[in-house]
Design a protein around this ligand. Structure first.
Ligand code: KG4
Ligand code: ZN
Length: 361
């Protein structure tokens, strides 16, 4: 079964064709990073406009890359949320209109479930692929969410822990912003940390004993305190008359130990994420651990989890292009729901869903 997936929850416009929930035939992602970079973060209004411009060429490209025509598509899956309302609406409308015109069903998919299911995707010629086994513990770390999940099977989930304040990706983004490294913050911090000493600064970890929850706001404040010692005074801004003003990054003295600071900050986030994931995996006798969401692209996090757990269980993370937002994960999760429940729009909300991520964020 070939499912066309469409994902427009934030600032990426994505479409993909996936066969039988696993084999990625095409995966097209149009990024708006250049559009938002000057503003230091995503501007929702600009994101929605960007989605409108990109969506049709992206869908066409996904079909072409897969070598499929409309006749080959059995269903259209789309992200129903959580996400930015204006961005989501573009994908929902295109998916429903296209499916209606073809006389094919649509399948709404929770964005976060999609991230988890990126771990079941692979290329057709990937003979080394090992599918996750249950029970699995998944660390879902994106720009908007941080969740530790116990997956008993495809439709039996439990949230073991969540963040009490910032999401892990948000912590990376805010940390990068205050260091003047730009957006998106995770890759910027990872780059800046290269060659740095991750123990140079003793930044705080919120262990929150007795819980599987996370907190990153104290870490952010600690980073701010260190960085402020090196900060140069801001220049007086000149009025620009722009509707969406440009972000003015802070300026620092040349002796700011950027690599050490970025490495220590990254280490403080990874340390807690990996330790709690390992604790949860052991407590629930997991056969697999999965990392999902944009922060799963982080090299230090991948290496740490592999070191802690790799010799005891299956450790999986999606390939780089499937960690951050993409539509293959939406098509993959849609197929899984079809296997156990039927068609989304025809049966309404008859499927068990992850009890997470209902808020827009
Ligand atoms: O899953 P995603 O693409 O979008 C959401 O659903 O939020 O995740 C985006 C987040 C951003 O916060 C970004 O800074 C973070 O993923 N990210 C990373 C890396 N690449 C992306 N964080 C740490 N290290 C990375 N290499
Ligand atoms: Zn995402």
């Amino acid at each position: 079964m070939n499912i066309l997936g469409i994902e427009t929850s934030c600032d990426e416009t994505a479409a993909a064709v996936v066969s039988d929930g696993r084999i990625v035939r095409s995966n097209v992602i149009s990024s708006q990073i250049a559009l938002h970079h000057a503003h230091g973060g995503v501007v929702p209004e600009l994101a929605a406009r960007g989605q409108v411009t990109a969506i049709l060429p992206v869908v066409r490209q996904a079909l072409d890359d897969a070598g499929k025509t409309a006749d080959d598509i059995d269903a259209v899956a789309y992200t129903e949320g959580p996400g930015l309302a204006g961005s989501l609406l573009v994908g929902v409308n295109v998916a429903k209109t296209y499916a209606f015109a073809l006389g094919k069903p649509t399948i709404p998919v929770n964005h976060l479930e999609g991230h988890v299911y990126a771990n079941w995707l692979h290329a057709e010629d990937d003979s080394d692929f090992v599918a996750p086994e249950f029970p699995a513990v998944c660390l879902l770390v994106s720009g908007g969410h941080t969740e530790l999940l116990l997956l008993r099977d495809h439709h039996d989930y439990e949230v073991l822990g969540t963040t009490l304040d910032d999401a892990a990706g948000e912590a990376f983004d805010k940390g990068a912003r205050l260091l003047g490294l730009g957006y998106p913050g995770g890759p910027a911090i990872q780059r800046a940390s290269e060659g740095g000493d991750s123990h140079a600064f003793d930044l705080p970890r919120a262990w929150l004993p007795g819980t599987m929850n996370f907190s990153f706001s104290g870490l952010k404040t600690a980073l701010l305190r260190v960085a402020q010692e090196y900060r140069l005074p801001d220049e007086t801004p000149k009025p620009t008359g722009q509707i969406f003003p440009e972000h003015r990054p802070p300026r620092y003295r040349d002796d700011l130990p950027l690599a050490d600071l970025a490495a220590s900050f990254e280490e403080a986030i990874v340390d807690v994420l990996a330790a709690k994931l390992a604790r949860a995996a052991d407590a629930h006798h997991a056969r697999s651990v999965l990392i999902a969401g944009g922060v799963a692209a982080n090299r230090r996090l991948r290496d740490r989890v592999e070191t802690l757990l790799g010799d005891r269980m299956i450790v999986r993370w999606p390939t780089m292009s499937l960690c951050t937002d993409n539509a293959a994960m939406i098509a993959g999760r849609a197929w899984q729901r079809v296997q156990t429940g039927g068609w989304g729009d025809l049966a309404g909300d008859a499927y068990p869903r992850l009890p997470i991520g209902q808020a827009v964020g």
